[in-house]
Design a protein around this ligand. Structure first.
Ligand code: IPD
Ligand code: CA
Length: 247
């Protein structure tokens, strides 16, 4: 791990969080993207542009892959940021206060530093490969509870309607095995909850790398496991299912 300037990266993500928190709701422009219920707002674009510019100043050699707009091609041997400027855009549109900004720094196809910021709770989750996972200054760990005493989080893959039946069947099965289930509307925050030991298992049948890249390192560094639903290593260059859990 190089000696990155984490402090400045933290300041940058927090200043983007202020933009989300202090949104002028009369000025939000909403457009539809591919798939059902898939939106992009002017704030997603605003925050992504600010992150792109700020990260470029801090890491001039890193390429940038963001959820919104033009993306640079993934290169197995390159240095990249994989960024979701607002995870949980539907929540943001609904003023539901369950959103975050998610940033993963990838070197040679492995995430080596990541941060996820929830501006409403002022919680900055971050992890450095080999050096642990944190929420603000506090070291975090996955829970030690068994599934039978656990809470299961899931995402409904809203942009892939053909996966709905399987998603809800799986949620039903987990509901019977665990204490209860939750659906937050932000996959990145769900993975933070697993890393912080606030829930025991998270799954979603189809996500994009910007939804899970940062959370993957957090869960690993907190002592948990992240695979696809089939048990494979999730890819960073294409969409994948995700299963994140304690041990
Ligand atoms: C979405 C959220 C949601 C999940 C979707 C994601 P977006 O991200 O993480 O919880 O169910 O699959 O795409 O589009 O709001 O950034
Ligand atoms: Ca997202």
């Amino acid at each position: 791990m190089q000696n990155y300037n984490l402090k400045e990266a933290f300041q940058l993500i927090k200043s983007c969080g202020e933009i989300i928190k202090n949104v002028d709701r009369s000025s939000i422009n909403i457009e539809e993207k591919d798939g059902p219920a898939n939106f992009v707002t002017s704030y997603d674009v605003l925050v992504q542009n600010k992150l792109k510019e700020g990260l470029h100043q801090l890491f001039p050699n890193a390429k940038f892959i963001g959820e919104e707009g033009e993306q640079e091609a993934f290169d197995e041997n390159g240095e990249f940021f994989i960024v979701d400027p607002i995870d949980g855009t539907t929540n943001f549109i609904k003023d539901y206060h369950m959103n975050c900004i998610s940033v993963a720094h990838v070197v040679n196809a492995e995430v080596d530093f990541s941060m996820i910021y929830n501006p409403y709770l002022d919680e900055l989750f971050w992890a450095v490969k080999g050096e642990g996972a944190y929420c603000n200054e506090k070291r975090i760990y996955v829970s030690e509870q068994p599934l039978s005493n656990g809470v299961v989080l899931f995402g409904s893959s809203p942009y892939d309607a053909d996966l709905a039946k399987k998603s809800f069947d799986m949620a039903y099965e987990y509901f019977l095995k665990a204490l209860d289930i939750r659906r937050s509307g932000s996959a990145a925050l769900d993975m933070c909850a697993i890393a912080a030991g606030r829930a025991e298992l998270f799954f979603e049948l189809m996500l994009s790398p910007w939804d899970y890249a940062a959370g993957m390192l957090l869960v690993h560094e907190a002592g948990g496991v992240v695979t696809t639903v089939e048990g494979e290593k999730p890819a960073l260059n294409k969409r994948s299912s995700i299963l994140a859990r304690n041990r």
